[in-house]
Design a protein around this ligand. Structure first.
Ligand SMILES: Cc1cc2nc3c(=O)[nH]c(=O)nc-3n(C[C@H](O)[C@H](O)[C@H](O)COP(=O)(O)OP(=O)(O)OC[C@H]3O[C@@H](n4cnc5c(N)ncnc54)[C@H](O)[C@@H]3O)c2cc1C
Length: 399
């Protein structure tokens, strides 16, 4: 079955769904293909920052449509010294939440379908050829071909589009992380553990509704470094008194899962002719925390806005997208990489947690900054200052 569209989005995760919703809103015809059938799991901590929540609200996602969605009102940090700092989140809206990716991604893709995007599931991209006027793609499901003016690559860490366009070689990811769900967790706060041997990585216990929790840990990894020792670290971590005190008698569900996180925006080009790379396929995650949902949503939206505004010249669209990502994201991710180096030492992490807990003012502001209430480097980029930039309300105030 052949079809023509303005935009083919490869991948239906947060980056792809955001691109599809934005494309439909701009009056572009859009097809999303994903190799999986939804709902599908994505190995993740499921944590949503304030930026992610504001974007999800803008895109039209209703939290009530997401099974397992849990509002977070308090964050607890555990310093390498064992010191505990409790950080209440503001109450004028939602500043943090946890939403299982199986239900979150399906609900967001539903929004895209309702707005007019055509969704093809169980349809892996197989081949991609560019001709003068567009891109021809073949999908696995029955060898369907599609012709699109532009392709948004939102196909994650092991992007097939990157491989097919030949802009990147094999890539292992700058972080690697483990995750497992637990049932029967009484403590409903969001915990972050800066264990001395994990720095600048960390462990987490994030509450999911129904008394469940998403438990995991992530570590930056050096080029070529094996992740095998992480399996032993994971078993050891789950027995530590620091985590056990929060997990109590909770029991694990199924097996743990592990997945890499690419945190290297700028390593490879953001576009290649009529193809624009977004989310994990662009390496657009925070190099200090490994978070990437907000960044996936931002890049998905910016890619389509660049297509809508850039006209028919792919080079102009690519330049526009590059500039937009530089303005909205690149400086924040560079700044986060610098801060990540401070957290690499026990002393640095202890100092950061201590500073966060100094006073009610530091507690309030640190937690807002930590949860991307405003861009990480906003303070140092006056070109992005505007009224309310540091004090905006949370998301979903009317919910
Ligand atoms: C353990 C772990 C914990 C994390 N915790 C957090 C967290 O708490 N908060 C946070 O913000 N971020 C977190 N992240 C990062 C976050 O999961 C990613 O950055 C985010 O999922 C990127 O979204 P995406 O849309 O770019 O890609 P993905 O969510 O990976 O979606 C890519 C989609 O492309 C599809 N696809 C792949 N290949 C093809 C193909 N050939 N054809 C068609 N479709 C294809 C896949 O099926 C998938 O649906 C975590 C990551 C890990 C590994």
């Amino acid at each position: 079955m052949g079809a023509n569209c303005d935009v083919l989005v490869v991948g239906g995760g947060p980056a792809g769904a955001a691109a599809a919703i934005r494309a439909a809103a701009a009056g572009l015809s859009v097809v999303v293909c994903d190799k999986a059938s939804f709902p599908r799991d994505k190995t993740c901590g499921d944590g949503l920052t304030t930026t992610a929540l504001r974007l999800l609200e803008r895109l039209g996602l209703d939290p009530a449509a997401v099974d397992g969605w849990e509002r977070v009102d308090e964050v607890v940090l555990r310093s390498p010294s064992g010191r505990i700092v409790e950080l209440p989140l503001p109450t004028d809206g939602l500043y943090a939440a946890v939403a299982p990716r199986s239900t979150l991604d399906a609900a967001l893709l539903d929004v895209a379908a309702r707005r007019g995007a055509e969704i093809r599931q169980g349809a892996a991209l197989q081949s991609l050829h560019t001709n003068g006027a567009g891109v021809e793609a073949t999908l696995e499901s029955g060898g369907a071909t599609l012709t699109a003016r532009y392709v948004v690559a939102a196909d994650g860490m092991y992007s097939t589009v990157r491989r097919l366009t030949g802009v990147d070689g094999p890539h292992l990811g700058e972080w690697h992380a483990f995750r497992q769900y637990f049932t029967g967790v009484a403590d409903r706060r969001l915990w972050v553990f800066f264990e001395p041997d994990l720095l600048p990585g960390y462990a987490w216990i994030f509450p999911v509704s129904g008394g469940r929790a998403n438990v995991g840990f992530g570590l930056p990894r050096r080029p070529g470094e094996s992740v095998r020792p992480m399996a032993g670290q994971w078993r050891d971590l789950l027995e530590r008194p620091s985590l056990r005190a929060v997990l109590g008698a909770a029991s694990p569900e199924g097996h743990h899962r592990a997945w890499p996180i690419p945190a290297d925006l700028g390593r490879a080009p953001l576009s290649a002719g009529r193809v624009l790379f977004t989310g994990d396929a662009a390496g657009a995650t925070d190099p200090m925390t490994g978070e990437g949902i907000a960044q996936a949503l931002v890049t998905g939206i910016l890619a389509v806005e660049s297509i809508a505004d850039g006209g028919s010249d792919p080079a102009a669209v690519g330049r526009r997208y590059d500039a937009a990502v530089r303005h909205h994201l690149a400086r924040d991710l560079r700044f986060a990489a610098v801060l990540g180096r401070i957290l690499a030492s026990s002393r640095g992490a202890r100092g950061a947690v201590h500073a966060a807990g100094l006073s009610p003012w530091t507690r309030r502001h640190f937690v807002r900054w930590m949860f991307e209430d405003y861009p990480r480097a906003l303070l140092f980029t006056p070109s992005r200052w505007h009224r309310g930039a540091f004090t905006g309300p949370g998301a979903y105030r009317s919910a």
